[in-house]
Design a protein around this ligand. Structure first.
Ligand SMILES: Cc1cc2nc3c(=O)[nH]c(=O)nc-3n(C[C@H](O)[C@H](O)[C@H](O)COP(=O)(O)OP(=O)(O)OC[C@H]3O[C@@H](n4cnc5c(N)ncnc54)[C@H](O)[C@@H]3O)c2cc1C
Length: 406
């Protein structure tokens, strides 16, 4: 059969990876007038996004040692930013995305919280965090056995799959499923990357003025494949717990222990009218890395019993989830301070980005746009490239849907 001519396609920006970072960025770029498209290899929101707890932090969690850090400063404006977007007044249209809660709690069952009382009180003065009087305690703590202190933070918790859905629905015609067995990276003599697809005996070449890699953990293998050794990635593993039960109260919050990171973090995810999943993280999940599921499940049961012995989870179903957080490499493997975006060295048109937190996606888009502005990337009037031979990706299932069924 005679070889057919390669079909050329162009766009301003092609984003690789449809987690929350890539989808948020697509929304920002299209609204700014760029001819941008996005490629996802599995389902939208796979890996970290739908596995996150959905807490949009204002940075308070990072002040557990009482001092403001770079992270807490970069993150402080994020809850307001997200709220504006959800109300339809922000730089991304998130109308229709669901909020699970408009606050979350910090609590302690010991005197640990008292070490932070002065600091928390100073924040309370600014209205972001309030000590909860005994009469207003959330239902879960309305029990005589509870002796601790509770602070309420006015930071939101999102239903993440609904965020993914809204971000995707805004620009469905620009989102494509990519099959890497039929796709290759190419580099021309000017170090410019392009993508070549082979479908139905036809070869297509996509020339993007800029590729932005937002593939989370997948960024590392792409960088390896294209021969880039910088920027580098780090993984910080967690072993999360899921417990599906009929205890009637939902809860969103961090239990503070003696350490800088929360001892236990709980978020609640409704399943049906009677059941919900509590998703457990914090030190429990950090220290549980590498443990067999039955051991970490037992640890979690004991921890819940120590912290809230009155909560009856005896009929609950448990599951464990080992998962990696993918981030830019830090010197000491600590948590990076803010969203990261950087150009690669050996290609003139590839940018790599990690948000490091779902919360920081608006910050990530700002960082990427600043890089594009510095490169004076042009906005073209060209139509969306005709990639109709590619499928559309679905939205990923949450880990608890996978573990317990829908
Ligand atoms: C257990 C857990 C709880 C968390 N809780 C919170 C929280 O409460 N609040 C918060 O702010 N942050 C939280 N985070 C962090 C947050 O989830 C992540 O920072 C964020 O989701 C990262 O988004 P991302 O889009 O960069 O990556 P990902 O969500 O990992 O998405 C990457 C996407 O790229 C796709 N992909 C991979 N390789 C390729 C490829 N070669 N080609 C095309 N597509 C590819 C994947 O399929 C996936 O869809 C949590 C993280 C974890 C693990």
């Amino acid at each position: 059969m005679a070889a057919t001519e390669q079909q050329q396609m162009t766009c301003d920006i092609a984003i690789i990876g449809g987690g929350v970072a890539g989808l948020w960025l697509l929304n920002r770029l299209v609204r700014k007038g760029y001819n941008a498209i996005l490629f996802e290899k599995n389902a939208l929101g796979s890996d970290q996004t739908v596995a996150s707890q959905g807490m949009i932090h204002g940075g308070m969690k990072y002040t557990l040692n009482g001092a403001l850090t770079g992270a807490s400063e970069a993150i402080a404006e994020m809850p307001t930013h997200w709220q504006q977007c959800m109300a339809g007044h922000g730089d991304v249209d998130l109308k229709g995305a669901a909020k699970l809660s408009d606050h979350f709690y910090m609590w302690s069952n010991t005197s640990v919280l008292s070490k932070m009382t002065t600091f928390l009180a100073s924040k309370a003065a600014r209205g972001r965090i309030n000590k909860v009087p005994k009469d207003d305690l959330p239902p879960i703590f309305q029990n005589n056995q509870f002796k601790g202190s509770v602070y309420k933070l006015l930071d939101i918790v999102l239903d993440v799959p609904s965020v993914v859905k809204v971000l995707a629905n805004n620009y469905l015609g620009r989102i494509f499923k990519i099959n890497w067995e039929k796709t290759q990276w190419r580099k021309d003599a000017n170090n410019k990357a392009s993508l070549v697809f082979f479908y139905n005996n036809q070869e297509y070449s996509l020339n993007a003025n800029q590729f932005v890699l937002t593939a989370g953990e997948g960024n590392e293998s792409i960088l390896n494949e294209i021969g880039e050794d910088s920027p580098r990635m780090q993984r910080r593993p967690l072993h999360m717990l899921m417990v599906k039960h009929t205890y009637p109260h939902s809860f969103y919050g961090h239990c503070l222990g003696a350490e800088k990171t929360p001892r236990l973090t709980i978020s609640s995810h409704p399943c049906d009218e009677k059941t919900q999943v509590w998703y457990l993280g914090g030190s429990l999940a950090e220290k549980g890395v590498g443990l067999p599921p039955e051991v970490i499940i037992q640890n979690a049961e004991e921890e819940i019993f120590k912290l809230m012995p009155w909560v009856d989870l005896s009929n609950a179903e448990w599951a464990a989830l080992p998962i990696e957080r993918a981030e830019p490499r830090q010197n000491n493997f600590t948590r990076p301070d803010k969203a990261f975006a950087s150009s690669t060295k050996k290609h003139s048109n590839i940018t790599v980005a990690w948000p490091t937190k779902l919360t920081l996606c608006p910050n990530l888009a700002d960082e990427v746009i600043a890089l594009l502005d510095a490169k004076q990337l042009q906005k073209s009037e060209a139509p969306v490239p005709n990639l109709s031979f590619l499928d559309s990706p679905d939205i990923a299932k949450t880990p608890w849907q996978t573990a317990f069924g829908d």
